[in-house]
Write a protein that binds this ligand. Structure first.
Ligand code: PMP
Length: 357
């Protein structure tokens, strides 16, 4: 009898042999066809599932590269401390690497971030300082300003500095970009992502465009962030200096341009509401079995609109599934919280789907 056809193959020999440490399991995340979401849409849509990283997010990729760059520069020595302002996921990535190397971690975090993330960082042994969200970027109580002061006043400490540290986009140029090129056998036509630091967009965007300048990089931005407007102005559109306003999606968007975001790699920038972002995250979970956070929902909302618009069976659109939904059980996966924040149109979407089925 012939062997059954393989149902899944991956580009590496992943998991066939033991690993030296959890660090070796970071990256080479699966690329997954989003066939149910894309029902009725001719453009093929795939998701790069960063939720498979051991810390549950894309930011696992930058922990060790940042720490090793600081070691090479002689800034971090044994017994040292890593300090960072983080929305949570970078903290996890750094904490995993720090655990392997025996470094202490101190993280500052704006109070809009979920309780799950604070507890998660503490579970890894980090010290966490929660700071107010509603302050301007240069205010002394801003989480990044706090992180800077702590790093300066702690002996043998570094600020990981994800918003300016070029080790961040370089990690994506070295790993995420080449993985996508290989997984799609060079057929990727559109890469859709969003910027927190811009490390992913910049690193992956640069790599893919070097391989094929025709590849389009499409960005999504939360309504309330200023990045999409800064991009429009960088393309010559007139406008006043934008000011941000609060929004609920975590980990992406900014009220200041990060040094790690190269706006010139972006071909289109789209603004998305919290409501549309969360509705799409919930659909990814229910329809594709991919339990993701709000930023993945935002990016996939943009990717779905793009797929519909280009209506091209020969295109190859890749969206980015940045982090696990477990981080948001008290928020976007909590109907009460969604209702309190007038975000639950998603229920109607689900109901309409049931009636259609
Ligand atoms: N999604 C989530 C949930 C994040 O925490 C982050 C990083 N802050 C991103 C997306 C964006 O990644 P990057 O920093 O590479 O722009």
């Amino acid at each position: 009898m012939s062997a059954p056809a393989a149902t899944a193959t991956v580009a590496t020999d992943r998991n066939r042999r033991p690993y030296d440490s959890v660090l070796d399991t970071i990256g080479w995340t699966p690329l997954i066809r989003l066939g149910r979401l894309g029902r009725g849409v001719r453009t093929p849509l795939y998701g790069k599932a960063e939720i498979f990283n051991p810390g549950g997010s894309v930011k696992d990729r930058i922990g060790m590269p940042i720490i090793e760059a600081a070691e090479r520069a002689g800034l971090l020595k044994p017994g040292g401390t890593i300090v960072e302002g983080t929305s949570g996921n970078t903290g996890v990535g750094l904490a995993i690497a720090a655990a392997m190397k025996g470094y202490r971690c101190i993280f500052t975090m704006p109070d809009k971030m979920s309780q799950e993330k604070v507890r998660l960082l503490k579970a890894f042994g980090a010290e966490v300082i929660v700071t107010p969200t509603a302050v301007p970027p240069d205010h002394p109580d801003n989480y990044v300003m706090w992180a800077k002061r702590i790093a300066e006043s702690t002996p043998n400490a570094i600020l990981a500095n994800q918003f300016y540290n070029q080790a961040n986009p370089e990690a994506h140029y070295a790993t995420t970009g080449p993985e996508l090129w290989e997984q799609t056998e060079g057929r990727i036509t559109h890469f859709v992502a969003s910027a927190g630091t811009g490390g992913t967009l910049t690193g992956v965007g640069r790599y893919l465009k070097e391989r094929n300048p025709d590849i389009k990089v499409i960005a999504g931005d939360p309504q309330g962030s200023i990045l999409a407007e800064l991009w429009r102005q960088s393309r010559g559109q007139a406008g006043e200096k934008p000011t941000g306003s609060p929004y609920k999606v975590e980990g992406i968007g900014q009220d200041k341009l990060p040094g790690t975001l190269d706006l010139s790699v972006v071909d289109e920038y789209h603004t998305v509401s919290d409501k549309d972002s969360f509705a799409m995250a919930r659909r990814l979970t229910r329809e594709e079995g991919l339990f993701v956070g709000g930023s993945a929902g935002l990016i996939t909302h943009v990717a779905m609109q793009l797929a519909r618009r280009i209506d091209d069976p020969d295109a190859y659109v890749v969206t980015f599934l940045c982090d696990t939904g477990e981080r948001y059980l008290s928020k976007l996966y909590n109907d009460e919280w969604m209702r309190e924040n007038q975000l639950l149109d998603a229920d109607r979407v689900t109901l309409a789907h049931l009636l259609e089925a």
